[in-house]
Write a protein that binds this ligand. Structure first.
Ligand code: ATP
Ligand code: MG
Length: 453
């Protein structure tokens, strides 16, 4: 196939017929974040490569294998963001957002780029929604984060997504654990992949996250981090669980979760589903109290999560969740002749300024073809304007569902008249819905929405 009309491997188009689903999900996420006091942050699609090396971590899969890194014409090394945490943290420091007072709570919706083997739920360009909190060390902040993610899944009506929780301790209490892991994996060196062999010295915990079958088998019997965490970290973990219980959010503790970033501390979590095959982690996050300091800032507790929207879409599809379709056209205006075309265009924009979805012909179709088109787009009303109508100063507005017509003025009162008609028809629908037994309720509703009329 001609490369001109073929998208790059691992990237996907979101087509007009599907985009409403994305908008719905994105709106819901935005609302959830805003309701919890988070403000949106938008950062560039590329950053200096060193930012990701430092924050995501040199020993991670992302940095070692997956980044889109290139030199610019000016000789700078630039990387397309593989995730959203690094850019947000960089902006937090660069613009001293902390000086507005702590905690700082932000969310993002963005595309990410990772050079991976493309398959269902794993793309090279994909979308993430994420939330970040800076300056909150309390376990309540962890619980707030987790509950917000959980609430998004709940509001989307998703079942069969479970929350798996773990604590990987702080830098100090992790020393003993790291030593225990080193000893264990050193005894099983021959079963580890090359990447994991290189991790053995620098960051043996990464081995627990390896997707290689043989490494996974060895990892299954490795020492468990929860046996090594210090009393403070243990108390923090207990407190997170208490607040999750208080918010009625269910979880299971899974000691094998370590997450992909190097600077995670204490709480780590994933939301996992079995309904979309192997790429079942829909959301991952946790606390990274070392991150801001690692980027040159003051020691600042930080935490966050990111969810993969493509995977979320797959779960929704697998579970048969339908999202509300976009509003259909309110009115299609079909003009006949030059003068009517001008009038139609004038009315069209009056309607649109009043927030109606209005359409008219823009391709030069005849009347029959126009009406066919009005039907196709599901227009609720249509109106033909010819010379006679222009002379009379009125036209016939047709209810496309019932076929009923009513005369409407073609002057400055048109939009108001149309407004009234659509309102009456909504009342009629309400009346049908409620039946005559409920006239009082109906009067109440109409009274409230319509100034006591
Ligand atoms: P995985 O173990 O599946 O590779 P990850 O640990 O690399 O995931 P994170 O860096 O934690 O993923 O990213 C957060 C979320 O972003 C993941 O849980 C997933 O839903 C989504 N995600 C990550 N990589 C991809 C990808 N290549 N394509 C689509 N979604 C992705
Ligand atoms: Mg990955």
């Amino acid at each position: 196939m001609d490369i001109l009309t073929k998208k790059v491997k691992g990237a996907e188009d979101i087509l007009p017929a599907d985009s409403y689903k994305w908008q719905f999900v994105e709106d819901l996420m935005r609302e959830e974040a805003l309701n919890s006091g988070f403000r949106e942050i938008r950062t560039p699609v590329f950053e200096h490569t060193v930012l990701f090396n430092r924050s995501v971590g040199e020993t991670t899969d992302v940095v070692q294998k997956e980044m889109y890194t290139f030199d610019t014409k000016g000789g700078e090394s630039i990387t397309l963001r593989p995730e959203g945490t690094a850019g947000a943290a960089r902006a937090y420091l660069e613009h001293a957002i902390y000086s507005d007072g702590l905690p700082v709570k932000v969310f993002y919706q963005l595309t990410c780029y990772r050079y991976e083997k493309a398959q269902a739920g794993r793309q090279r360009e994909f979308h993430q929604f994420g939330m970040e909190t800076y300056g909150a060390a309390d376990a309540k902040a962890d619980a707030e984060m987790i509950c917000a993610a959980n609430s998004i899944f709940e509001r989307l009506g998703l079942e069969d997504i479970r929350l798996e929780l773990n604590s990987i301790g702080c830098k100090d209490c992790r020393k003993d654990y790291t030593n225990a892991l080193k000893a264990y994996f050193s005894d099983n060196k021959e079963k580890l992949c090359d990447t994991c062999l290189s991790r053995l010295e620098r960051n043996p915990m990464r081995i627990l996250d390896c997707k290689n079958e043989s490494c996974k088998q060895v990892a299954a019997n490795a020492p468990v981090v929860l046996d090594y965490i210090c009393p403070d970290c243990s108390a923090h973990f207990e407190k997170v669980k208490t607040f999750l219980d208080a918010a009625d959010v269910e979880y299971t503790v899974n000691p094998t979760i370590v997450r992909g970033l190097d600077y995670y501390t204490r709480t780590v979590f994933e939301f996992v589903t079995d309904s979309i095959g192997a790429q079942g982690t829909v959301c991952g996050g946790g606390r990274y109290d070392g991150l801001i300091e690692e980027l040159g800032g003051q020691p600042t507790p930080a935490l966050g999560f990111a969810m993969g929207i493509e995977r979320l879409m797959l779960v929704m599809k697998a579970q048969g969740i339908e999202l509300p379709e976009p509003e259909k056209c309110d009115i299609y205006i079909a003009p006949l002749g030059d003068a009517a075309e001008k009038k139609a265009f004038e009315l069209l924009w009056e309607l649109r300024r009043s927030s109606f979805i209005a359409e008219t012909d823009i391709v030069g179709r005849g009347l029959r073809a126009q009406m066919k088109y009005a039907n196709k787009i599901g227009a609720k009303y249509s109106m033909v304007i010819g010379d006679d109508d222009l002379n009379a100063g009125t036209a016939k507005l047709k209810n496309m569902e019932t076929g009923e017509t009513v005369d409407v003025p073609l002057d400055e009162n048109f939009t108001e008249a149309f407004s009234d008609i659509t309102l009456q028809s909504e009342k009629g629908m309400l009346m049908d819905l409620l039946g005559s037994d409920n006239m009082d309720i109906l009067r109440d509703i109409i009274g409230k929405t319509n100034d006591g009329e």
